[in-house]
Design a protein around this ligand. Structure first.
Ligand code: SF4
Length: 75
């Protein structure tokens, strides 16, 4: 089962923790976190939605739980 992950780019403060902890999935674009294109299923300035392989679950969960503003939501 792929993991569905949503980044709330309006809430993201661009601290860089997510891309540092999980560079396979996240990167900063225009100073805000975004799901990498290879996992992206929908994206705009406010939201970045992706489906990520199960083997990257720990990486994604780690980033989500470390986000200081809870801008990474696992669905
Ligand atoms: S950890 Fe949160 S605030 Fe920091 S870059 Fe990632 S989504 Fe943005």
């Amino acid at each position: 089962m792929p993991i569905r992950v949503k980044v709330d780019r309006d809430t993201c403060i661009g601290c860089g923790v997510a891309p540092t902890l999980c560079p396979e999935v996240f990167y900063l674009e225009d100073g805000k976190n975004r799901v990498r294109p290879e996992f992206s299923i929908e994206t705009d300035d406010s939201i970045s939605l992706g489906e990520v392989r199960e083997d990257l679950r720990e990486c994604v969960e780690n980033a989500a739980s470390s986000c200081p503003v809870n801008a990474i939501i696992l669905e």
